[in-house]
Design a protein around this ligand. Structure first.
Ligand code: 5AD
Ligand code: SF4
Length: 471
């Protein structure tokens, strides 16, 4: 069966479940991890709603509870097991169907633990079998038996899954899946398979449909977006060039032409693959936001080598310089891991040094978490927990002081904002984001929602700015 036929088969199962689900069946979903997982959950929700399920936030009233898991760091595991503990009693009382999918399910020691300690779970599915949810769920419902559908393959691309998006303004579009980089701390290549890109035509079609439906902001997703179509070209895997798209840069340019879309973001690129054509595309494409997420991971060349990142501290800083020179109004955000095996005080200071030099708009900070099966886990020189935590706190302090310093630069400037909706804490104000992804709160009428507006920034706070509509 090719992927198209596989999807057709799943549509038949959707219809079968729909026939069973005559009364009001409800589902609850719990999503962990990155935006790729969020996007996968939107597909899970799309399939479930076509099966006749409606969403509830309340686990207790759900007929089906589904987890979409992440395994990048250990704390996600604790969260899942905690929730499963809570669900045991609910299941006993209500007969709730419990399904767990996503990255964590690709790890054998986790599925073994679930089967042993939480035997009431009905369905386990992995990253390569997400599209088979209708069939697997049908077997659980119809045969009243437990199902496990996890395979370990390089991975395929499935088009045409239903999707239920969480916003009607901003949409994520996955452009590639998997990763071939094998950074030594990271579990992703083992659970998401090899790098593979969607066909240009499919991406353009999806974005065109989103534009038609009124979406204004598109975030292109992938573990390594700037190597879009690289593997296909290297391994001579056929792909169909469409509207001149044969690389990430040409993809950005083509999406920039789509009428109705106002903003384009992308995560995450890899510094080693940040070629000049991508810099040029960001510069030239007016809709591409000038905020670039450029994961640093560590500032020390020695640690970067041990992490298998394939760039040095100097090369990273040179790239930042080149980007600054070419891209007007460039802002940067990053990911940093502290406490990687062998990280000395001196190495850690290199990280602080890069943070000081670059002046990021936002830094996502992580304490190194040992992942079974990765080279990092086997390294002998693990860093004690207390040291990791003290370094994390020291980094956080510097990051926050740099952000506060940076925020002051916004005062008095006029920023283009996409108005997202009412602000959470104050019904009378609206919220939106700048090109650099800063939250801005301001007074305005509801009919401004969905519009691009000029806002003058009048006040700064650590995590948001306050502004006024420019009349
Ligand atoms: N420990 C801590 N952080 C990690 N990340 C990936 N793997 C680990 C790990 N084992 C972080 C990286 C990556 C982000 C998504 O998660 O910074 O960019
Ligand atoms: Fe993990 Fe590195 Fe791949 Fe990112 S590039 S998903 S950090 S292995």
């Amino acid at each position: 069966m090719d992927t198209k036929q596989e999807i057709e088969l799943q549509k038949e199962y959707i219809e079968k479940i729909k026939k069973i689900n005559l009364d009001n069946q409800k589902y609850a979903i719990f999503t962990m991890g990155c935006q790729l997982n969020e996007n996968d959950s939107e597909k899970i929700c799309g399939m479930l709603e076509e099966m006749g399920y409606t969403l509830t936030e309340n686990f207790k009233e759900a007929n089906l509870v589904i987890f979409n898991t992440c395994c990048v760091r250990e704390n996600a595991e604790d969260k899942l097991f905690g929730k499963l503990g809570e669900l045991k009693k609910i299941k006993e009382e209500n007969g709730t169907i419990i399904a767990i999918g996503g990255c964590m399910m690709q790890e054998k020691h986790i599925t073994e633990k679930i089967k042993e300690s939480y035997p009431f779970v009905d369905l386990l599915f992995g990253t390569h079998t997400l599209h088979k949810l209708p069939q697997d769920l049908y077997l659980v419902i119809n045969r009243k038996q437990k199902e496990e559908d996890i395979i370990n393959i390089e991975g395929k691309i499935y088009e045409g899954l239903p999707i239920k998006r969480t916003s009607n303004l901003q949409a994520s579009v996955t452009i590639m899946n998997g990763c071939n980089n094998f950074c030594s701390y990271c579990i992703v290549p083992y659970v998401r398979g090899r790098e593979r890109s969607r066909q240009p035509k499919e991406i353009i079609k999806e974005v065109q449909e989103l534009a038609k439906a009124g979406y204004k902001e598109i975030t292109l997703l992938g573990q390594n977006v700037n190597s879009y179509l690289r593997v296909e070209k290297e391994k001579k895997i056929p792909f169909e060039e469409y509207q001149g798209i044969n690389s990430f840069a040409t993809l950005l340019k083509a999406i920039n032409e789509i009428e109705g879309i106002e903003r384009i973001r992308f995560i995450s690129p890899h510094p080693k693959d940040f070629t000049d054509d991508v810099i040029e595309a960001i510069t030239k494409c007016d809709k591409v936001c000038k905020l670039v997420h450029l994961p640093l991971q560590a500032g020390s060349t020695k640690v970067l080598k041990d992490m298998n990142r394939k760039y040095t501290k100097e090369q990273y800083l040179e790239l930042v310089e080149k980007m600054r020179k070419n891209i007007p109004n460039l802002t940067l955000s990053t990911d940093i891991i502290v406490g990687f095996p062998g990280e000395t005080e001196e190495d850690f200071e290199d990280t602080l040094d890069v943070v000081q030099k670059v002046g990021y708009e936002q830094v996502y900070m992580f304490i190194y978490s040992r992942r079974i099966g990765t080279p990092g886990d086997k390294m002998q020189n693990q860093i004690p927990e207390e040291i990791k935590h003290t370094r994390f706190d020291r980094l956080k302090e510097i990051v926050e002081s740099k952000i506060a310093e940076n925020n002051e630069k916004y005062i008095g400037t006029t920023q283009k904002i996409l108005v997202e909706g009412k602000s959470k804490n104050n019904e009378n104000t609206l919220t939106g984001r700048t090109d650099s992804n800063k939250v801005v709160i301001f007074e305005g009428e509801n009919d401004l929602i969905g519009k691009m507006l000029n806002i003058k920034i009048v006040e700064e706070h650590m995590w948001y700015l306050k502004g006024e509509v420019v009349k």
